[in-house]
Design a protein around this ligand. Sequence first.
Ligand code: GLV
Length: 313
Amino acid sequence: MEKPRVFITRRLVLAPQNVLGAGIQIDVHDSEEAVQRSELLRRVREASALLAVGGDRVDKELLEAAPRLRIVANHAVGYDNVDVPACTARGVWVTNTPDVLTDATADLTWALILALARRVREGERMVRAGEFRGWAPTMLLGRDLRERTLGILGYGRIGRAVARRAEGFGMRVLFNARGGGVPFDELLPQADILSIHCPLTPQTRHLIGPAELLRMKRGSLLVNTARGPIVDEAALVAALESGHLGGAALDVFENEPAVHPGLLGRDDVVLLPHLGSATQQTRESMARIALEQVERVLRGERPTTAVNEVTPP
Ligand code: GLV
C-alpha cells in the first residue's frame, strides 16, 4: 500500500522526519516564502495531511482539490485561515498549537507596550542616525505605566498571560471577554493602553473601527498582537492622524504582509512582522505539536489539539 503523504507548506524549525514515523511520505515547500496558491492546490492533491501556517487559506476550493485529506494541522494557535465547518463536513480534522506560544506572545506584547510607551524605536533610530548629542531633560519623553489602565480585549490564555505581567509594571487591568469582565463599551474609554487578544471571527472583524477608536481615551495607545483584521487599519490611520490616538503598536496587519502606507512613515507607531510566537523554543514546540497531530490522525488516532469534532465514517 502506498504510504500516506503530508504536505508541509513552509520550512519548519525542526526536521519533520525526526517527529513523523517512517510510514509517512513527507513533501515540504522548503522555504520561508509562502507557497503559491496554484502550487498549494496541486501539491495537496495526493495529500492525506496538510500542515499549514496562518497565511495559507484552507477553504472549500482547497478541500475539493484534496480528496484524500484527513487533517489540517495549523502551525498556529489562531485558525481563522481555515474554514472549519467545511473541514468538519468532509470529515477532516483541524488542529492548532495552543499553550506553547502563550508566554512568547505575551512577552512580545509587552515588548510592544514598552517600545511604544518609552519611544524605543525613535531613540534607537536617533542613535544610529548620529543624532544623539547628549542627555537632555526634555528629550524623547515617554509615558509611565504605573497606575495606568491596561485594557485587555479577549481574556483567553494570551490575554491572561499579558494581565499577569501587568502586575509587575503596577498597571491596573480591565478586561472584556465573551464570558465576563467589563462591557466592551466601558473598556474603551477607560483604557490608557488597549491590547487585543481575541481570535478573528466574523464577529470580531473590524471590532475596532472608527466609532470604537473615537470612544477610546484621547492620547491612548492601541496594541495588536492578535489578528490584523480585528482593527480597521484605515480608521486607525485616521485616528492617529487626527491626534485622537496617542500611538499604536502592531505585530499583525489587516492585509498581511501588506501594511497600510499611512502607518509606515509615522513616529507614533511600532510595527513588527508577526513575531508573536517567534522564539526558537516556541517554534520547535509548535512544529512538534502540529507534526504529532498529523502522525496521530494518519495512524487512525484522535488528535489531541483538535478544534473540531470529526466522526469516523
Ligand atoms: C500566530 O499568529 C498564531 O496564531 O499562532
